[in-house]
Each structure stands twice: as structure tokens, then as C-alpha cells.
Design a protein around this ligand. Structure first.
Ligand code: PRX
Length: 646
């Protein structure tokens, strides 16, 4: 933990929405009477019917039920577009920056309206109805935002699958959500390389019901196979439909989107977010956390395939009438100056990225940053994984020229929006700490028995009461929702994270305490990687753990037991890596593979992951008690053949 404290810059105290006293007052109000507080802040949206019933939630196990604004009626696309047209129809809504720096595009709110209406009509024309799920498998192009908003406009539920997922992963998400329409592109472009999205989609659909339609956006013009009757070009379809589409009246608790995310067990689950509460929370956090003011140019570098892209590229910023930048590329293409050049090119004021990108660019040296101006920057943000104090200091000193506060925002796919974060005009910063709860959020630390711990201490991070942006259920499996999040500590939402709270009440997230690993800010279940490995014909058993990785935060370390008679060599290692990439996608690429004739198991057959984690960390001096193992001698072999010797 870093002991340094950075005060709120004097200039911020004058212009920010809230100062420290303001934060304390608003926070107290939000906890004292949540219904009153969130009723008041619901007014930031335009409602067809203003809600009277604000909060109706219970965490009581097993009858967990979460409803916000349940008698309210609204439309998300109307709130993100139509209501801005009078005042800011000609203002830029989306700045698109291509993978190749030569290409960019500006889309005004008026243009956004037309694109979204046309896309909505294309969906309708192809049979999509209110409540249907549409799967979106697109690169970072404006059509991704149009597609999301088009679904919201007609009351369809979108499920975005990140372009880095394999055909297998795409197929299981299409099937789970029962999507009958898939939106994809011919190819994506990332770092100068093409991603064969349509070909992946063709492959995925071999594993689906067979009655799906595919709308294909032309991005690169690369050759693709179009199956008549199934595949349609977006540009043909869009030209044949009207440029107006009435927004559907949605109840606040109608589903808005599903987003699949990994947990410690089983298949990724469909996190379901609904309409009213989600949008109130996304828009309010976007305004306060980033201290967003009219006219600011705001850039979040995430992909819309992740929740950060949903809440803080599309829904939060557009609900606030912001100009949001959408970047197709990667931080180091064509050079390591790319982020900073884009900031100068578009005069970005607020910049929100992930620690893994900061660490990678830090490794490339200060020169790549120093040659750019970055004068437009006012605020920096971080999300996705713990930011180590060294990376924080570098981000502050080199990127922000010691002028820009950093908001280290902690949240999850499940939370819909940011829960623990500094507010730039209110919160003194400590490098590596996400600091204090946002309005309405009641974090607590509990021990392994669920006893709430007070004061300066460490424990498991739980949240004691609901907030409007919280997920409502796991799509199609409410019991899984209740068991996953509310059964470990009854009556509390368990985040899966470990955390420390210091004497000033600041929260320091230490990382997952379950079998979830965070690789470059991407969440993966160790069980997913294990089941991919055991699907290989030569593998009999596998155990996967995370280990500290300088750039990625965590790397993927696999212990693999082979079938009798098989030899483990570098050739097979390569084959296994390729196999996991094919099964899940490149984001699950194993970093280390250790062939292990035996795994450390208890007499009841449970793998002792604690030991495997220690060996992967190259920290086997403190293995703890191994006497309960069925065969303690396997440990010596594992240590001897460890792959991460330092
Ligand atoms: O472990 C925490 C980590 O990312 C997890 C959530 O991952 P995901 O649902 O993919 O959402 C990522 C973007 C919101 C959390 O359980 N995490 C996220 N932000 C932070 C973080 N860990 C530490 N500090 C953060 N700021």
C-alpha cells in the first residue's frame, strides 16, 4: 500500500459538481433514505411515466428480488438520442477513431438518430420483436452503438459477444440466449490485423438451431460467404427501410441487455440488466465520477464487448448528451504513442483506460508520451483490475503531467456501474486505492463466517443493500443468481473480491478470492480453461490458477496431467495453447503449462489450489500444511518442474 496522499487540486474544488462536504452530505442522504434519494435522481431521465414506486428490493436468502422504479415507463434509446435533438442535434455524439489513424468519423446526434432508427427498422423487418434477444458480434465501429440502441429502441434485448471470443464461445452464448438474429461484420481490424468475424459466425452457427438470420456490416470489404435467405448485408437492408422508428414504451424492469461473464464454476452466465435503474445509475455515475460537463470530449478505451463499453462508452455518456470517443484499435499500433496522439487529435478531456494498458505503455518508455502535448486532458480514469502504485504514479506524472486527478473505479459486470471510486473534486487520492463508495453504496468487509469487520482491516467485500444499476438475475436461471451472489454470506451481495480498508475508510481492492482470474482486465473462470484443456484428447486432468504477471496483472498457469503413455513436450504445449485459444478465444491463451503426473489432492479428491497457486507464484517456501494430502510427494515434483522460476 502506498502511503502517499494527493489532495484535490484547487482548480477542481471550484468547478466540480461536489466537494468533500458535498460528497458527505449526498452520501448520508443516499443511505438514510435510498428511495427518496433515487426518486429524486431518477429525474435525470425522461420518463413516459414517472415512477412512484422507487425501491422494492430484498437480499433475504433465498427470496432475493430486486426491482427499481417498477411502475415507471421509459425508453433507453429515446433518453440517449431523441431528447437531446432539440438542443444538440448538430453536436457530435460519437467520434470514431479507426484502427488506422488515417480514418476517423464524427456522428452528430441527428445522424445517430437516423442510423439507430434505420437499424431498428432493419431488426423489425427481420422479425425481431420486443423481448427477443439479438446477439451482437461486432468490432469497435459505430454500428455497434447503433445496434445496441436499435435493440433498446424496439425493446429487444442485446447480448454482445466480444470479438476476441471463439466460434464455440459465440455459439454457446447464441444458444443460451436463444437469439434468432446475429449482427456481425465481414471482418474486424485491430492493430493492423484482420479478425474474421463473419467466418467465426458461420462456424458458430453450425452449432446453433439453424433458424437464425445474420445481418452483416461491411467493414473491410474482405471476401465472405453469404448464405442466401440467412445472411443479409446491413447496407442493403438499411437503405430499404424508413429513417424513423417510434421508441417502444418499456417498463423500468424490462430487460435491456444480457452480458455473459465468467464465474468460479460452470459456464459463463448471462448477467441481466434492466432498463430504468441501469440507465439512472450509468448516467449518474458517468456525470459525477468523471465530473462530466457539457462540451467535454470523453474517451473510454474499453470494447463494447465488455460492461465498461456498455455503461461508459454508450449508455452513460449518451444519456448525458456527451461526445463519446470510440476507438477501434489497440494502444501500441501503429506506435506506442497512439493513445496520446488520439488525445491530441480530438482534444480529449477525460480519458478512461485499464491498468494493463498503462503498464504496457509504461514499459515502452516515457519518450512515446513526452512527444505529445495532452494539454486538453483534465481527468484520468482506471478500471478493470487493481492498479499498482507504480503504474498509478506513472499515469499521474507522465500522462497527466501531475495536473489530472485519477479516478480508480471499482465495479463489476454485475454492478452495472461504478461502486467504489474517488470523485475528482471531493476525494483525496491514494495511489492504488479505489477510495470511497459512490452514493447509495454500502460496502462492508466480512470474515469467512460472514461476520462484519469494523475499522482498519481486511476481508471479503460485500455490499449490504441494493442500488439501481445492480443486475437482476442470471438469464434463465434465477436460482444460480441467488446461489452465486447471496448464499455465501446470507443477506449480503458477495462481490468475489478481497479488500482492505484503511484508517481513513478507504477501500483497497486486492483481487478475486474465488476461482476467477483477471487477465489484462478480462475475467476468466479457471474452470472454463480447465474444461477446454480436458477436451483435448491427450489430457486426462487439468488445474488452472492465476499468477502475478507484470503486464497482464494475472497470467494463466495450467497444470496438466496427460493420458497414460503420453509424453509432455514443447510441441504438445503449443498444441494445448492453440487448443484453448480455439475453444475459448485468444483472450484465454495460457501463459504457462506444466505437465504434472499428479495433482495435490485431499483424501476426498479435492484439488488443493492454494498449493498450486503458491507454486505458480514461485513462492513455495510457505506452502502451509500439506499433511492432509492423499500423496504429499506430488508436491516435490511440482516444485521441481515449476515453469515460473525467478
Ligand atoms: O476483481 C475486480 C476487478 O474486476 C472484477 C470485475 O470484472 P468484470 O465484471 O469483467 O468488470 C470489469 C470492469 C468493471 C472485479 O470483481 N476490478 C474491476 N475494477 C477494479 C477491479 N479491481 C481493482 N480495482 C478496480 N478499479
Amino acid at each position: 500500500m502506498s502511503e502517499k496522499v494527493y489532495p484535490v487540486p484547487a482548480s477542481w474544488k471550484k468547478t466540480a459538481y461536489v466537494d468533500d462536504a458535498g460528497y458527505k452530505k449526498m452520501y448520508a442522504e443516499s443511505i438514510k433514505d435510498p428511495a427518496k434519494f433515487w426518486g429524486k435522481h431518477a429525474k435525470r431521465l425522461d420518463w413516459f411515466k414517472v415512477p412512484k414506486k422507487v425501491k422494492n428490493t430484498t437480499y433475504a436468502y433465498p427470496k432475493v428480488s430486486i426491482k427499481w422504479y417498477e411502475d415507471g415507463v421509459l425508453n433507453v434509446s429515446y433518453n440517449c438520442i431523441d431528447r437531446h435533438l432539440k438542443k444538440r442535434g448538430d453536436q457530435v455524439a460519437i467520434i470514431w477513431e479507426g484502427d488506422d489513424p488515417y480514418y476517423d468519423k464524427k456522428i452528430t446526434y441527428n445522424e445517430l438518430y437516423e442510423h439507430v432508427c434505420r437499424f431498428a427498422n432493419v431488426l423489425k423487418k427481420n422479425g425481431v420483436k420486443k423481448g427477443d434477444c439479438v446477439t451482437i458480434y461486432l468490432p469497435m465501429i459505430p454500428e455497434a452503438a447503433y445496434a445496441m440502441l436499435a435493440c433498446a429502441r424496439i425493446g429487444a434485448v442485446h447480448s454482445i459477444v466480444f470479438g476476441g471470443f471463439s466460434p464455440d464461445s459465440l455459439a454457446s452464448r447464441i444458444n443460451d440466449a436463444n437469439s434468432k438474429l446475429i449482427i456481425t461484420a465481414d471482418e474486424g481490424m485491430r492493430g493492423g490485423r484482420k479478425v474474421p468475424l463473419k467466418a467465426n459466425c458461420d462456424d458458430a452457427l453450425k452449432r446453433c438451431a439453424g433458424n437464425e438470420k445474420v445481418v452483416v456490416v461491411r467493414r473491410t470489404g474482405g471476401a465472405v460467404t453469404m448464405i442466401p435467405g440467412r445472411d443479409l448485408w446491413y447496407h442493403d437492408e438499411a437503405a430499404s427501410v424508413p429513417a424513423d422508428c417510434k421508441p417502444e414504451k418499456m417498463k423500468a424492469e424490462d430487460p435491456l441487455f444480457i452480458l455473459y461473464t465468467s464465474g468460479s464454476t460452470g459456464k459463463p452466465k448471462g448477467v441481466l440488466h434492466t432498463t430504468g435503474g441501469y440507465l439512472v445509475y450509468a448516467s449518474m455515475t458517468h456525470q459525477y465520477v468523471f465530473d462530466y460537463h457539457d462540451g467535454d470530449i470523453y474517451w473510454c478505451t474499453a470494447d463494447v464487448g465488455w460492461v465498461t463499453g456498455h455503461s461508459y462508452i454508450v449508455y452513460g455518456p449518451l444519456a448525458n448528451g456527451a461526445t463519446t470517443l470510440m476507438f477501434e484499435g489497440v494502444p501500441n499500433y501503429p506506435t506506442n504513442s497512439r493513445f496520446w496522439e488520439v488525445i491530441d487529435k480530438h482534444k480529449v478531456n477525460i480519458f478512461y483506460t485499464a491498468p494493463t494498458a498503462i503498464r504496457a505503455l509504461m514499459g515502452a518508455g516515457e519518450g512515446a508520451v513526452a512527444k505529445t502535448s495532452r494539454k486538453s486532458l483534465r481527468l484520468l480514469g482506471s478500471v478493470g483490475e487493481p492498479i499498482n502504485p507504480e503504474a498509478w504514479e506513472w499515469y499521474h506524472r507522465v500522462v497527466g503531467d501531475e495536473r489530472c486527478p485519477i479516478v480508480d473505479t471499482w465495479w463489476q459486470t454485475e454492478t452495472g456501474g461504478i461502486l467504489i471510486t474517488p470523485l475528482p473534486g471531493a476525494t483525496k487520492l491514494k495511489p492504488g486505492s479505489a477510495t470511497r463508495p459512490f452514493f447509495g453504496i454500502q460496502p462492508a468487509l466480512v470474515d469467512d463466517k460472514g461476520v462484519i469487520l469494523e475499522g482498519d482491516t481486511s476481508g471479503n467485500l460485500v455490499i449490504l443493500d441494493s442500488w439501481p444499476g445492480q443486475m437482476r438475475t442470471v438469464f434463465g436461471d434465477h436460482d444460480r443468481f441467488v446461489q452465486t451472489y447471496f448464499s455465501t454470506y446470507k443477506g449480503m451481495y458477495f462481490t468475489g473480491d478481497g479488500c482492505r480498508r484503511d484508517k481513513d475508510g478507504y477501500y483497497w481492492i486486492t483481487g478475486r478470492v474465488d476461482d476467477v482470474i483477471n487477465v489484462s482486465g478480462h475475467r476468466l473462470g479457471t474452470a472454463e480453461v480447465e474444461s477446454a484443456l480436458v477436451a483435448h484428447p491427450k489430457v486426462s486432468e487439468a488445474a488452472v490458477v492465476g499468477y502475478p504477471h507484470d503486464i497482464k496483472g494475472q497470467g494463466i498457469y495450467c497444470y496438466v496431467t496427460l493420458m497414460a503413455g503420453e509424453e509432455g513436450d514443447d510441441e504438445l504445449r503449443k498444441d494445448l495453447v492453440a487448443h484453448v485459444r480455439k475453444e475459448i478465444g485468444p483472450l484465454a491463451t495460457p501463459d504457462k503449462i506444466q505437465f504434472a503426473p499428479g495433482l495435490p489432492k485431499t483424501r476426498s479428491g479435492k484439488i488443493m489450489r492454494r498449493i498450486l497457486r503458491k507454486i505458480a507464484e514461485d513462492d513455495f517456501a510457505a506452502l502451509g500444511d500439506t499433511s492432509t494430502l492423499a500423496d504429499p510427494s506430488v508436491v516435490d515434483d511440482l516444485i521441481e518442474k515449476r515453469q515460473n522460476k525467478r
